[in-house]
Design a protein around this ligand. Structure first.
Ligand SMILES: Nc1ncnc2c1ncn2[C@@H]1O[C@H](COP(=O)(O)OP(=O)(O)O)[C@@H](O)[C@H]1O
Ligand SMILES: O=C(O)C(=O)C[C@H](O)[C@H](O)COP(=O)(O)O
Length: 430
């Protein structure tokens, strides 16, 4: 009897936080009721990989507090194995708050990420607007000082893992009037179909001193973690981990330098400027060079690597097997070692919230790659999962309907271009 090949296994490693979203649009000081959820780049990827049927574990640290237990349960409920997560009795679970502002009148754009600058540790480089002191709650977590302030240039203080306090990196969605910022993302980056009325979100982060910020190479030596990593076909990490503390950066270097036979290592640049203002972003370039698959936006590539063009990026990063560059027009370009490029345009989407789109893309692309699908189909599954993440207010979307996936990955380019993804499902429109 023929045996089928073993199912691929993935491990994602990085910090996840509690997310608080006010139930109304307006400044935080007027917001009395918040809804909680769980968010974090790597666990977003883990959950979507699991939803796509890939056996996935998430490795991290959380506070042994109510928020930590909630985050753990939420990620486990998505089908992710959490046996490699450590609970810290002393340090809290990190958190971030999504402040909701009214849509920019007449912009016709998703302005959530418009006008980004340096000084953010938020998803996708949302702008730090310098009001962190006013917005942060006092005393987050046990024995916490109040949040650190974010300076007038929008660059907050160090996210210092050794500090007792939980700092806030205040990272705004911007209002479109801010213009392109230091990370080079343009104001119309998110323009696309059906995006006229997107609520803007400003992100406030309280994560330094968190349980995850003290991640170090020791995490890799733990029994469960060692076994999970040894069995993995894919290990996924991001630049956020390198920015949260020196010990977490050391963990990434240790992990990515370990000899690996068939295990793929993917690295999503996830440039969060506020985490880097007193660190050398060259660290990120060195980590990219150690990965097999590097996922990056052209704007963040420009900010960190000094180039946005896929061919030029290939010259700067000759080592990885594949670079996947997502550009401002929402195309994704996979570049192999020989410089051969495959480009796939994004789907049209009724965007609700942009946070988590990059993670959705990463999960879809990586799941397809793990299953041995060709680059064009892998990029399509990336776009599909990104589109689904864009249609929900939370940081991760529903898994794609399994019965439609094959058809979506193999349809003609013309059919692909006619697909629209909304909260009500996937439809075609001429
Ligand atoms: N406006 C949009 N319309 C359609 N797809 C989009 C749009 N914005 C983002 N996407 C999808 O999300 C993917 C990731 O976008 P990216 O800007 O890299 O996200 P992030 O900033 O969250 O990392 C894109 O490759 C695309 O598939
Ligand atoms: O900023 C962080 O540290 C987080 O992990 C919070 C968010 O869940 C991700 O940032 C979403 O990332 P994108 O998919 O790039 O929008």
């Amino acid at each position: 009897m023929p045996t089928s090949p073993p199912e691929p296994r993935a491990v994602c490693l990085g910090e996840s936080m509690i997310v608080l979203v006010p139930d109304q649009v307006g400044p935080l000081e007027d917001s009395a009721v918040f809804h909680r959820s769980a968010g974090g780049a790597e666990s977003n990827v883990a959950g979507t990989l699991a939803g796509l049927g890939i056996a996935t574990s998430w490795l991290s640290r959380l506070g042994a507090d109510g928020f930590g237990r909630y985050v753990l349960a939420d990620i486990a409920a998505r089908g992710v194995d959490v046996s490699g997560v450590e609970l810290d009795p002393l340090r809290p679970t990190g958190l971030y708050v999504k402040e909701r502002a009214a849509p920019a009148a007449g912009s016709g754009l998703d302005t959530e990420q418009a006008g980004e600058s340096g000084g953010t540790d938020s998803g996708g480089g949302r702008r730090a607007d310098g009001d962190g002191a006013a917005d942060g709650p006092d005393g987050v977590g046990p024995d916490r000082d109040g949040p650190d302030t974010v300076g007038p240039d929008g660059v907050g203080p160090a996210a210092d893992a050794s500090a007792g306090g939980v700092s806030t990196g205040d990272a705004s969605a911007g209002d479109g009037a801010d213009g392109p910022g230091a990370d080079g993302r343009g104001a119309n980056r998110r323009s696309g179909a059906g995006q006229g009325d997107v609520t803007r979100r400003r992100m406030h982060y309280y994560r330094s001193g968190s349980a995850a910020s003290v991640m170090s190479p020791a995490l890799l030596a733990g029994g469960p973690q060692r076994e999970l990593l040894a069995a993995a076909d894919l290990v996924h990490v991001t630049g956020i981990t390198a920015g949260i503390s020196d010990s977490a950066a050391e963990l990434l270097f240790t992990l990515l330098r370990q000899p690996r036979a068939d295990t793929l290592v993917s690295f999503d640049l996830n440039w969060r400027p506020i985490l880097w203002h007193d660190r050398d972003p060259a660290t990120l370039t060195r980590l990219c060079a150690l990965a097999d698959i590097v996922l990056l936006g052209s704007d963040e590539a420009e900010a960190v690597l000094g180039a946005a063009d896929p061919a030029r990026l290939r010259e700067i990063l000759p080592e990885p097997r594949t670079l996947v560059v997502k550009n401002d027009a929402h195309d994704a370009v996979a570049v192999d070692r020989d410089g051969a490029q495959t480009t796939v345009q994004a789907l049209r989407v009724d965007v609700v919230d942009t946070v988590g789109a990059g993670d959705g893309f990463a999960a879809g692309y990586l799941a397809a790659t793990l299953r041995g699908l060709p680059p064009r189909q892998s990029l399509r599954l990336g776009h599909l999962c990104a589109a689904l993440a864009l249609t929900v207010a939370g940081d991760h979307g529903p898994p794609p309907p399994p019965e439609s996936v094959d058809a979506l990955l193999t349809c003609t380019d013309q059919q692909w271009a006619s697909i629209v993804v909304g909260a009500d499902g996937i439809r075609t429109s001429p």
